[in-house]
Design a protein. Structure first.
Length: 467
C-alpha cells in the first residue's frame, strides 16, 4: 500500500503524513524501537538555539517582529547593504529582482527548464534575492550563481535514475525507521555539486549584497525556518560547508518518504538536536525572511527599491480532475494533495497582496494545465525530461501571470474620511421649502486608484515579459 501511494502522487510534499500515521499504528502494535534525540521541548529554549560556530544564520519565518530591521541586524551581523551593485532606476533607486522557487518534488524539473529557457531568451536578470523551498531549494544555489550553472541543473533533473536519489527501505521504515527510503544517494548528489568552490562563489555574491535564502521546517517546533545561505558560506569552514549541504537536504526531506535531517544546536552551552524536514510542510514558497511588509525592509537598501517579483511554481496551480479509487489510503492521499494546493493559493494571494501594497511588479509562472504526462514514483526521469522541456519552452516565451489564478487584480483605494455627525439645528419654524422631486442626485466624488494596480491589466491573463 505504501509503495502504491508513493507511485500515485510522488510530487506531493506532504501526503506521506498518512503513511507516518500507518507507521505509528504499526509501531504501537509491535513495540518497535526509535532513535532517541536530545531535542528541545521548551519553546523558550527553542527561541535561543543557535548552530555552534555559525551564529546569526537563520530566522523564524513566521516571526512578526515589531522592528524587522533590528531583528535582522541582530540575527545577521555580517549582512551587507543589499543590492549595492544592482541596476538603478528612477531617482537612482536600486532595481531589486527576486526569484522565488517553490517546492514540488519531481516537478522541480520545470523550474530548471524555465531558467535555461530564460537564459536562451537573453534577458534573464541577475537576481538580488533568490529563495527556495524543497525542490526549489535544490535549484536555488544554481539559479543564484547564474546561467553558467544551467547545464548542471539540466543534468540533476533529467539524467539521474531513482536509485541515484533514494533507495527504498520499506520494512525498516514501517517498523521504527524514520522514512520509507534512504536519502544517502541524494546527500551524495548534493555533495557532488555543492562543493567548496560553489559555496565560496556564493559567499562572494553575498558580499555584493545578494541574498540566497532556503526554508526548512523545524518539526519539533512546528515552525518554518529561513536560512541565510550567504551568511553560512562566509564562514568557509568544513562545518559551515556541512551545514550548507544539510539545509538543502533538509528542505527536500519529504516527511515519511525521506529521513529528516538532525541539526545540532546549542543553548546556554548545552547541545541539542533539532529535527528539520521539507520546507513545504509549512510553506511552499516565500519572499521575505520574516513576516513583514516589503516596505519594512527598505532600510536595508541605499534607497527605497523598485521591486520585481518572479515566482516559479513547480507544479500546477489549476485543479486536476481524476477519479479517486475508493480506498482509505488513496482518499487520504488525494485529500492532503488538495489541501496542499489550497494552501498554496493562500500563500500566493498573500504575496500578491504584499506586492500591491508595496507597488511591486508581480509575475507568476507554473506548470501548464495541458501538461499531462503521468508520473511514476518519487523520481521519474522520463517524466522529468518531458517537464524540463515544458519549462524550457515556458522560459523562452516568458509569459507571466500578473495575479494568482482566480484572483482579479485589486485596486488599493484610500479609506473614505470618517462620517461626522450633523450639528443639531437651532429650534425655529419648520422650513417651507422642499427638495425638488426632479432634482438630480449628487454623484459621489470619484475615489482615485493608487498603487501598482493603476496600470494593472483588467483581467487575469498572462503577459509576456519585456524585461
Amino acid at each position: 500500500m505504501a509503495i502504491t501511494a508513493l507511485q500515485l502522487k510522488g510530487r506531493d510534499a506532504r501526503f506521506v503524513a498518512v503513511l507516518a500515521l500507518v507507521m505509528a499504528v504499526q509501531c504501537a502494535a509491535s513495540g518497535c524501537a526509535t532513535y532517541v534525540r536530545n531535542g528541545i521541548a521548551d519553546p523558550a529554549l527553542a527561541e535561543m538555539a543557535h548552530v555552534t560556530g555559525v551564529p546569526g544564520v537563520r530566522f523564524w519565518a513566521d516571526d512578526v517582529p515589531k522592528d524587522a530591521m533590528a531583528e535582522i541586524r541582530r540575527m545577521t551581523p555580517n549582512l551587507p547593504v543589499i543590492a549595492k551593485d544592482a541596476k538603478r532606476g528612477e531617482g537612482r533607486r536600486p532595481i531589486v529582482e527576486t526569484l522565488a522557487l517553490s517546492g514540488g518534488g519531481s516537478d522541480g524539473a520545470f523550474g530548471a527548464g524555465v531558467l535555461a529557457g530564460w537564459t536562451a531568451r537573453g534577458n534573464r536578470p541577475e537576481f538580488e534575492i533568490v529563495t527556495g523551498v524543497s525542490a526549489g531549494a535544490i535549484i536555488a544555489p544554481f539559479a543564484f550563481l547564474g546561467p553558467a550553472h544551467d547545464e548542471e541543473l539540466r543534468r540533476i533533473w533529467t539524467e539521474y535514475q531513482a536509485s541515484d536519489v533514494a533507495t527504498a527501505q520499506i520494512i525498516p521504515g514501517l517498523f521504527g525507521g524514520s522514512a520509507l527510503a534512504d536519502s544517502k544517494p541524494l546527500a551524495n548528489l548534493v555533495a557532488k555539486y555543492v562543493d567548496r568552490t560553489m559555496v565560496r562563489d556564493i559567499a562572494a555574491q553575498y558580499k555584493r549584497g545578494r541574498l540566497l535564502l532556503v526554508l526548512t521546517t523545524n518539526l519539533d517546533a512546528q515552525r518554518p525556518v529561513v536560512w541565510n545561505m550567504g551568511e553560512i558560506a562566509l564562514f568557509d569552514t568544513d562545518e559551515a560547508l556541512e551545514l550548507f549541504r544539510s539545509v538543502i537536504l533538509a528542505s527536500a526531506a519529504i516527511p515519511g518518504a525521506l529521513p529528516p535531517v538532525n541539526i545540532p544546536v546549542e543553548v546556554n552551552g548545552k547541545m541539542y538536536e533539532e529535527m528539520h524536514v521539507d520546507g513545504g510542510t509549512t510553506r511552499e514558497l516565500f519572499v521575505t525572511a520574516v513576516q513583514a511588509p516589503f516596505k519594512a525592509f527598505d532600510p536595508l537598501y541605499a534607497a527605497p527599491p523598485i521591486r520585481h517579483l518572479y515566482i516559479i511554481k513547480n507544479g500546477k496551480l489549476t485543479p486536476e480532475t481524476e477519479v479517486v479509487p475508493q480506498t482509505t489510503l488513496t482518499i487520504a492521499t488525494r485529500a492532503i494533495s488538495t489541501l496542499i494546493k489550497s494552501q498554496n493559493w493562500g500563500e500566493l494571494y498573500r504575496i500578491y497582496r504584499m506586492a500591491l501594497d508595496a507597488g511591486a511588479d508581480f509575475n507568476l509562472m507554473a506548470v501548464p494545465a495541458s501538461f499531462n504526462k503521468p508520473l511514476k514514483g518519487l523520481y521519474d526521469p522520463e517524466y522529468q525530461k518531458a517537464l524540463y522541456a515544458e519549462g524550457l519552452a515556458a522560459g523562452r516565451s516568458a509569459v507571466w501571470l500578473k495575479s494568482p489564478p482566480g484572483q482579479a487584480p485589486i485596486s488599493v483605494l484610500p479609506l473614505p474620511p470618517p462620517a461626522t455627525a450633523a450639528k443639531p439645528r437651532a429650534p425655529g419654524p419648520p422650513s417651507m421649502s422642499r427638495p425638488s422631486a426632479s432634482a438630480p442626485p449628487q454623484s459621489p466624488a470619484k475615489q482615485p486608484t493608487i498603487g501598482p494596480s493603476a496600470g494593472a491589466p483588467l483581467v487575469n491573463r498572462p503577459v509576456a515579459s519585456t524585461n
